[in-house]
Design a protein around this ligand. Structure first.
Ligand SMILES: Nc1ncnc2c1ncn2[C@@H]1O[C@H](COP(=O)(O)OP(=O)(O)OP(=O)(O)O)[C@@H](O)[C@H]1O
Ligand SMILES: [Mg+2]
Length: 466
């Protein structure tokens, strides 16, 4: 059984010290932060069960900490500490979902009791949720939730990966949850006490990648004023997540391959290597095999990474997940609380399920978040959803009115609808390649262009990101 983790934030040290004394270390794991910014950093990097935070702090105030905590995990219980002057703020925080508040000064016993109650409520809420999920056939590994049969192979592989130490290669379109899956493997595996270090290989300037990943020694290049640990060393005993691995320059691919082979890194400018104990998870939204074939990705590195390949299917191929994910995101972004929307109308839910989600789960999460921001009723209505999502219901709505049209008009309508759907599917399949599209459709390229224009389908939108 792991101990409940409690984060205590206060800029006054006597309060953080006080909690370290009040909460016995055989029953609680206490982590402290001396200002709001540090608290937010800790929150982003690890998991907590309960947060006790002062309202007024430099860096970020207690309310910001509360909101960030709930954005990460709606079941975190937050207790605010207030001086007399900030009691109204504490009261409004309660409305935003804080568990309770402690008015300073308070008795140690009182503080212990509140934290104990918060831990208990979190435990009960988690139990209730696990039970509900199990009853509904929903699987959850860390933050990753899924229900669809299409996700079953990926879930099984994620569990297998967590049980061992093999290198994992995650593939899937943008927004399908590759990072969520990587974190799930780390969090439910034997390395969860170590760090999870995420690196976006496409975002680091080429000249800096080597020293970022492997570190450097003082004086090894201009600007290297001190010794520097690389991200591989930071991830010691934990996991390194190499995101967008296809973006790694070829020269770095050679070096990475060597590190994976030797399980040792050499800092830039150093004369010796030293061993690292790190699990590697790489991710890509491109077809790495094709990159290898085209000479953009080294074959030896590909095989070294492709030990345990896991493919996350696009959301449009696992629509059963949509209602489940939508409910998770509703709660994550403030729904389900008093006075906020509790769910979706049947109509808006069916629009969510029908939409094709080119941006996958991320697009769904954004849509739900935006819908919440413009909704104040009990349920999220169709009108609150982005136009392109609400659109998916329109054809059906028109159908009931079609009997009022002439035969000619109905046929025209149907043809327009079918044309548009066909063109979208074609461009999606061919990544926006108009010439190839024309060939498949059996027409001249110019005619294809005319059609695309007429139906408002923009081929550029289907081009692969490079
Ligand atoms: N199965 C899931 N369960 C819960 N949340 C998910 C799931 N999949 C994705 N998400 C959410 O969707 C968003 C995008 O996921 P993530 O960042 O893992 O995608 P990605 O595949 O890494 O995308 P990209 O290739 O663009 O980096 C995240 O905010 C995450 O919370
Ligand atoms: Mg990602």
């Amino acid at each position: 059984m792991t101990l409940p983790r409690v984060l205590v934030c206060d800029d006054k040290e006597n309060y953080t010290k006080l909690f370290q004394r009040i909460l016995p270390d055989d029953r609680f794991e206490v982590v402290t932060a001396g200002d709001g910014a540090r608290a937010l950093g800790l929150l982003a990097a690890s998991e907590f069960d309960v947060i006790v935070t002062d309202i007024r702090m430099p860096g970020a105030d207690g309310l910001t900490v509360l909101r960030q905590a709930h954005a990460r995990d709606p079941d975190i219980e937050v207790i605010l500490m207030t001086a007399y002057a900030t009691v109204p703020a504490a009261v409004s925080a309660m409305r935003e979902g804080a568990f309770d508040y402690l008015a300073k000064p308070f008795e140690p016993d009182e503080a212990l009791l509140v934290v104990e109650r918060a831990v208990e409520r979190r435990r009960l809420r988690q139990q209730a949720r696990d039970l509900r999920l199990a009853l509904e056939g929903i699987h959850q590994i860390d933050k990753l939730v899924a229900k669809s049969p299409a996700m079953a192979p990926a879930l099984a592989l994620i569990q297998r990966a967590a049980a061992g130490d093999a290198t994992v290669l995650l593939a899937g379109e943008s927004g399908t949850g590759k990072e969520v899956a990587a974190r799930a493997i780390h969090a439910s595996g034997t390395r969860h006490d170590g760090r999870f270090v995420a690196v976006n290989c496409g975002a680091i300037p080429e000249a800096l990648i080597e020293s970022e990943l492997f570190g450097h020694v003082k004086g090894s290049f201009t600007g290297a004023a001190t010794d520097h640990r690389g991200l591989f060393e930071e991830a010691e005993a934990g996991t390194i997540f190499l995101d967008e691995i296809s973006e790694l320059p070829l020269a770095m691919q050679v070096k990475l391959n060597r590190v994976l082979q030797e399980r040792a890194v050499r800092r830039v400018g150093a004369s010796h290597e030293h061993p690292v104990d790190v699990r590697v998870i790489a991710a890509t939204n491109r077809d790495l095999r094709a990159q290898v074939a085209a000479g953009h990705f080294r074959e030896d590195l590909f095989y070294r990474l492709n030990v345990l390949p896991i493919v996350l299917p696009p959301l449009r191929e696992r629509r059963e997940d949509i209602p489940v994910l939508a409910a998770v995101f509703l709660e994550r972004h403030g729904g389900g609380r008093p006075g906020r929307p509790q769910g979706f109308t049947a109509e808006s839910l069916s629009a969510l399920v029908r939409h094709d989600w080119p941006g996958n789960v991320r697009e769904l999460e954004n849509a739900v978040e935006r819908a919440l921001a413009v909704s104040d009723g009990r349920r999220i209505e169709l009108e609150a959803l982005p136009d392109e999502v609400a659109q998916t219901l329109r054809p059906r709505l028109t159908r009931s009115t079609e009997i009022h049209l002439t035969y000619r008009e109905v046929v025209d309508l149907a043809r327009d609808r079918a044309s548009r759907e066909y063109l979208i599917a074609l461009m999606r399949e061919l990544g926006g390649n108009v010439t190839e599209g024309a060939r498949r459709a059996g027409m001249e390229r110019e005619s294809m262009h005319r059609l695309l224009k007429r139906y408002g389908v923009r081929s550029e939108e289907f081009k692969q990101r490079t």
